[in-house]
Design a protein around this ligand. Structure first.
Ligand code: 5GP
Ligand code: MN
Length: 316
């Protein structure tokens, strides 16, 4: 029996939480957990709370059941946190963790220090969905649950390209495909499909990118006024950093967008050498060795200079 099955068995109420600004792995793992608990624990009162999930994920079963605002609830017996590396990243829904009788965190972030009562953290795993798969009774994974898990794996591996993709990842993906999911649709419609405006801002961000440290690093920035001009929000900027990372000669890519005056949300990616999670952690963020993020203040010049110092130390 896995830790999850053990804890699920004795609970009467369950709340499921993920990280702020939910991505495919967060939404996928939370909805897989939600559907599994609803289907196989009919006596259990189950709630899922997340900040707004992009509507491209609305094909996932349970999407319309996600609570998006903190509500008055009796303390839950059990709180399960998925894909969330620290307490703060639960955002406003962290109150449910505080009041819950017991808690379990299932995650794959190397920076996760184990903030819940019980923690199943596999920093080598491609995605939280991969970790969750091993916690579920695999014979009970139906097509809806499989679609949720597959979505998470696709998004956190960049469609099986990132170095976190292992033979085990592919094995699990294969098992999920056998459940009859629309695997090409999931990949095309949620990972590659971009609106015209998303494509335009991607093009502009690439055009304005600047290389430094002999072309081994590259950065680009999207200002608030650019987002207003194109009529896009932060979620429309997904994937820009990944384009920068694949440019020939680039070891480390930085993408940033302005959240407030002199405040930037920073995304970093590396290919072989730089541990970006160390740099992000230093600036109060976190993530993985090859993909991490943080929020930084100052001018664009200050932010890039600060990051550049840390990157250069690792490159030497
Ligand atoms: P992204 O650059 O795609 O936003 O995030 C890359 C990875 O870094 C994700 O696994 C994400 O959870 C993590 N990450 C991004 N921003 C932050 C942050 O501000 N704090 C923490 N702890 N992790 C972050
Ligand atoms: Mn993840």
């Amino acid at each position: 029996m896995t830790k999850l099955e053990e804890m699920l068995g004795s609970a009467r109420s369950l709340v499921i939480l993920g990280h702020v600004n939910p991505d495919g792995d967060c939404a996928g793992s939370c909805l897989a957990m939600y559907n599994y608990a609803e289907k196989y624990n009919p006596e259990l009162y189950v709630r899922l709370y997340l900040q707004p999930v992009p509507d491209k994920f609305s094909y996932l079963k349970g999407y319309d059941r996600i609570g998006s605002e903190v509500c008055q609830e009796e303390p839950f017996d059990l709180c399960i946190c998925l894909d969330c590396s620290d307490r703060e990243r639960l955002g406003e829904f962290g109150v449910y963790l505080e009041s819950a009788g017991r808690s379990l965190c299932i995650d794959h972030h190397v920076t996760n220090q184990g903030y819940a009562g019980e923690n199943v953290i596999a920093p080598g795993a491609s995605s939280t969905c991969e970790v969750l798969y091993d916690q579920l009774d695999q014979s009970l994974i139906d097509q809806d649950i499989a679609a949720c898990l597959y979505t998470g794996i696709i998004h956190d591996t960049g469609v099986f390209r990132y170095s976190s993709t292992s033979a085990r990842t592919m094995e699990i993906a294969g098992k999920l495909m056998e459940k009859g999911i629309d695997f090409t649709g999931i990949i095309d419609d949620t990972f590659f499909r971009k609106t015209y405006l998303q494509s335009q801002i991607l093009g502009r961000a690439l055009m304005e990118s600047i290389r430094f440290l002999d072309g081994r690093c590259i950065f680009t920035v999207v200002k608030k006024q650019d987002m207003t001009f194109y009529g896009v929000g932060p979620k429309d900027l997904d994937g820009i950093v990944d384009h920068l990372r694949t440019i020939e000669g680039v070891e480390c890519a930085i993408f940033m967008y302005e959240t407030d005056s002199h405040m930037y949300k920073v995304s970093m990616r590396s290919n072989h050498i730089v541990d970006v999670s160390r740099i992000a952690s230093y600036f109060g963020g976190g993530g993985h060795v090859r993909a991490a993020g943080c929020t930084m203040s100052g001018s664009v010049h200050d932010v890039v200079n600060n990051l550049s110092g840390h990157i250069e130390k690792q490159l030497l």
